[in-house]
Design a protein. Structure first.
Length: 336
């Protein structure tokens, strides 16, 4: 009787653990899929941002973002050489020229690590341990937004006009109009809770995924940023205003860009970029595949559990028959 109870408890525990695991997987898949759906926050075209600033002169709203531009240059081929390629240098100069009186910081391999070591030493082992160098650039930009605030631009982005109209939104990211949000251009008031949540969440996301694109995008890049963006909006108090998405759709039919230019990028591309670009262009089909895979896993788990229970019942039946047999041959003869 005690053995029967033990086996039933074991079966119940296995079933409970399986359901818990499937629930966890389903939850993670649900939130992952929502990275590529419609996003929380207020979407503003660059024209709308410009119009809001020019509606009254001077703009009566408080400037919450400091007049500070950050860019990052890590020379992976020669870390001791901080000379920018000519096209990136030209883009950098547009931002300096069109924003007179602003502070400008170009973060190199050496100054980037020194900043993390001095201000966020708890993160330094993760920073040094990233598999792909671009992950350090991703991580640094978030910590700069948290610590100093200002506006961050990738080096393949330049300025088309003054960035002053963007200083009135305490935390904003750019939105390419489809898929995940972008982290190529960011704006922040120092110490904003979104950037704190983002930096606090990074270690939990920075797994050593087997695919490079997945490791970069979901570990520190756009997918990671989008997942935390949605988490922030789920968790924020109702009284807190939503954050801003500045639209940067490259579709010719989309709203005109006002503030930014775009040049040569893609320096971190890996062999699997094409694969994930295809996935991004076929999201519905991929959701169908994911659903089929999860359904298959659930079905196999259910069949395995049924088979295990059937085998256990058959084995228990054999044991009952064995108990009815005589223990010695002479007893068997006497019974005859």
């Amino acid at each position: 009787m005690r053995g029967l109870l033990s086996r039933r408890l074991t079966g119940a525990l296995i079933l409970f653990t399986t359901c818990l695991l499937l629930g966890y997987i389903a939850t993670r898949v649900y939130f992952f899929v929502h990275i590529f759906m419609s996003h929380s926050g207020v979407a503003l075209t660059q024209e709308e941002v410009e119009l809001a600033h020019n509606r009254t002169t001077p703009d009566p709203r408080p400037q919450v973002i400091p007049k500070l531009i950050h860019q990052i240059f890590h020379n992976w081929a020669d870390p001791t050489n901080d000379t920018l390629p000519s096209d990136w240098e030209a883009g950098r100069q547009t931002c300096i020229t069109l924003n007179p009186g602003w502070d400008y910081k170009l973060w190199t391999t050496t100054t980037s690590r020194a900043f993390i070591a001095a201000e966020y030493p708890w993160f330094l082992p993760t920073y040094d341990g990233f598999t792909y160098p671009v992950q350090r650039i991703d991580a640094l930009r978030y910590f700069l937004m948290l610590h100093d605030g200002g506006i961050y631009l990738d080096l393949d982005n330049g300025c088309a006009t003054s960035l002053e109209p963007l200083l009135y939104y305490p935390a904003w990211v750019t939105d390419g109009g489809k898929g995940a949000l972008s982290n190529n251009i960011l704006g922040a008031a120092p110490g904003h809770p979104f950037w704190r949540l983002l930096t606090d969440s990074m270690i939990g996301y920075a797994w050593h995924y087997p695919l490079p694109y997945l490791a970069v995008s979901y570990g520190t890049g756009q997918w990671f940023e989008t997942a935390v963006w949605e988490e922030y909006h789920r968790r924020k108090p109702a009284a807190e205003p939503p954050l801003t998405r500045v639209m940067m759709d490259m579709d010719p039919a989309a709203a005109r860009w006002v503030f930014f230019t775009h040049g040569r990028g893609g320096t971190w591309n890996q062999w699997d970029n094409g694969l994930f670009k295809w996935i991004g262009d076929h999201v519905v089909l991929m959701l169908l595949y994911v659903g089929l895979v999860l359904g298959g896993i659930w079905g196999l788990g259910f069949l395995a559990l049924k088979l295990a229970r059937r085998l256990w019942r058959i084995r228990r039946g054999y044991r009952r028959l064995d108990r009815g047999k005589p223990d010695r041959p002479d007893e068997e003869m006497e019974l005859r």
